[in-house]
Structures are given as structure tokens and as C-alpha cells.
Ligand binder design. Structure first.
Ligand SMILES: [Zn+2]
Length: 306
């Protein structure tokens, strides 16, 4: 069976936890799905209108986390770490049943999603994958924040930089090739916040489920988490995970090169909306074995494009 065919997971996987922002307890089950289903959320606590498609045009809020909603107002928030895990592992089709409004934060990263999916295993289908190929460079700027996407031959590159006045975080930059790099550090990197922002977040009704076992808290020149950082560039690596998850709201894998400075959920969403404004900016390719471009054939080390 071709590695360029659509994939799902072998069996149901259950996660229990709390929502980072809502603080609500939640059960989430990832279930195998047929080819061409895509990734779909189903709110099992709602009796009707409970299907929510994680799509760039369904993003109802991108402040601190990504929330997707359907036309009846049913929503799921903080989808980005789970979406990033599915993207990195090359999972095309799953039904995600969730009995509350927010994906559990678990340890603040995608680590547990990735480990559970790898343990249960990935199943190939006979249906070819589809890929969005970026044809034109598109940029989006908002003050000091900038993001762009431009054509690339075969890979999805993400080059991300963050700049914080806080000296412990400071300036960090990393770049990865999503389909080729070892993504372990990306998956394992946790969400973070500044100690002085916690009160503000709580006043906004956010971070109700935030604890030191699901977020890095930076206070002046140190972090409050006793175990320290998981990798040297954990802050920017987490932003790359967020970016991967937000990019998957395009519906398919993307071939292109992202360069982002100081961006986040909102900027990524604004960029993608701009890309999909015109058919000239991208093409949708269905990759069949027979029509495989030679560049793919020689890329035996590709981990997940397929
Ligand atoms: Zn995040």
C-alpha cells in the first residue's frame, strides 16, 4: 500500500483532562474514519447541530487559542495542539468526539496525543492524499508581527521567530521541515505564559485550568516549573506546534515555506484567509502513485507527507 495514501488511526483513543481556559473536565475520543472524511469534531454533549469542521473559515476566535464553531454556534476551543499532532503524524481522517467545549490541555503540549496515536498505530487506505501547493508568495503584517508563505518544491518549511522583552524567553528562532525533520521537540514543547499575565488572563475568564503541570510559567529570569525546560528552544518550538495545528485548518497538507516573526493563531489564520481569497495563490493536487512527481520518489526519508 502506498505511503502516499490517506491515513487514519487503528482504534479509538480516549483522553481525559481539563480545558486550559475553561477549566472544565472533558473526555475526548479520537476515532478512525473513512477516506475523504477529513478531521471532524462532534460535540457529544449536544443533541443536535453538534458537528464542527476545523476549517480556517470556521475560526470564531484566535485570541490565546484557536476556537472553531459551526453555523449554530457550537464550538470547540484549543484545537491547535491536537491538530498539530495529527498534521505532523500525517493523519488525514478522524472523528473526534468531545463532551465539552474545549480540548483537554493534558501536559500543555502534543506529547501525549502523539505517543497515544503512535502506540495504537496508523492505518493506510487506498485513497490518494490531496495536497495544497502554494503558487504565489502571500504576506500578512500586523505592526511588528509578520507572516508569509511562498512556494517550495516539496516540503512544508516553518521558520519561526519570537521576541519577548522578558530576558529568560528573549529572542528564539527555529526552522523545521514538517515532513522530514524529527518533530519530537516540537510535539513535546509546552504552552507558556508570563507570571504577570496570569491575573489578566483570569480576569478575561481564561486560563482557569492553568497549572504548572500543563503550562510553563516564566517569572523574571526563571521558570516556576521545577522540572525545567524540555528542550532549549521550547518557547519557539511550541509556537511552531501551534502554527502546524493552525495550518491544518486549511484542510490538507501544504507545500510551501512559512516565515513568521512574533505571530500566533490570529496571524496564521489571517494569512490563510488571504491565500484562499484567490485560486491563483494555490493549487490542489491529488497525488496518485502513477503521477508521482520524481521529487517524491527520491524522498524515501519523508516521514509524514504521506
Ligand atoms: Zn499552544
Amino acid at each position: 500500500m502506498s505511503v502516499l495514501n490517506q491515513k487514519t488511526i487503528n482504534e479509538d483513543i480516549l483522553f481525559k483532562g481539563v480545558g486550559l481556559h475553561s477549566g472544565l473536565e472533558v473526555n475526548l475520543v479520537i476515532k478512525p474514519a473513512e477516506p475523504n472524511t477529513g478531521v471532524i469534531f462532534k460535540r457529544t454533549d449536544l443533541k443536535e447541530n453538534n458537528i464542527i469542521i476545523p476549517n480556517i473559515f470556521n475560526v470564531s476566535s484566535a485570541v490565546f487559542c484557536t476556537t472553531v464553531s459551526n453555523e449554530n454556534g457550537a464550538s470547540v476551543s484549543t484545537v491547535e495542539h491536537l491538530m498539530g499532532a495529527l498534521y505532523g503524524l500525517g493523519i488525514d481522517n478522524v472523528l473526534i468526539e468531545i463532551d465539552n467545549q474545549e480540548v483537554p490541555i493534558l501536559d500543555g503540549s502534543a506529547k501525549l496525543f502523539v505517543e497515544a496515536i503512535k502506540k495504537i498505530g496508523i492505518r493506510n487506505s487506498n485513497a490518494p492524499i490531496k495536497i495544497i501547493k502554494i503558487e504565489k508568495k502571500i504576506e500578512f503584517n500586523d505592526g511588528k508581527k509578520s507572516i508569509s508563505i511562498e512556494p517550495s518544491k516539496i516540503s512544508l518549511d516553518i521558520d519561526f521567530e519570537l521576541k519577548y522583552e522578558n530576558k529568560f524567553i528573549g529572542t528564539q528562532r527555529n526552522s523545521i521541515k514538517v515532513f522530514e525533520s524529527d518533530l519530537t521537540d516540537i510535539y513535546n514543547s509546552r504552552t507558556f505564559c508570563l507570571f504577570e499575565d496570569i491575573e489578566k488572563l483570569k480576569e478575561m475568564g481564561l486560563a482557569k485550568g492553568g497549572k504548572l503541570d500543563n503550562a510553563i510559567v516564566v517569572k523574571n529570569n526563571e521558570i516556576l516549573n521545577e522540572e525545567g525546560l524540555r528542550n532549549e528552544k521550547e518557547f519557539v518550538n511550541h509556537k511552531i506546534l501551534d502554527c502546524m495545528g493552525d495550518l491544518y485548518l486549511a484542510g490538507y497538507k501544504i507545500i510551501g515555506k512559512i516565515v513568521c516573526s512574533q505571530g500566533g493563531h490570529k496571524l496564521t489564520n489571517q494569512l490563510l484567509r488571504k491565500v484562499f481569497e484567490s485560486n491563483e495563490n494555490f493549487s490542489l493536487i491529488e497525488i496518485k502513485e502513477k503521477s508521482l512527481p520524481h521529487v517524491f520518489i527520491n524522498k524515501s526519508h519523508l516521514r509524514s507527507i504521506a
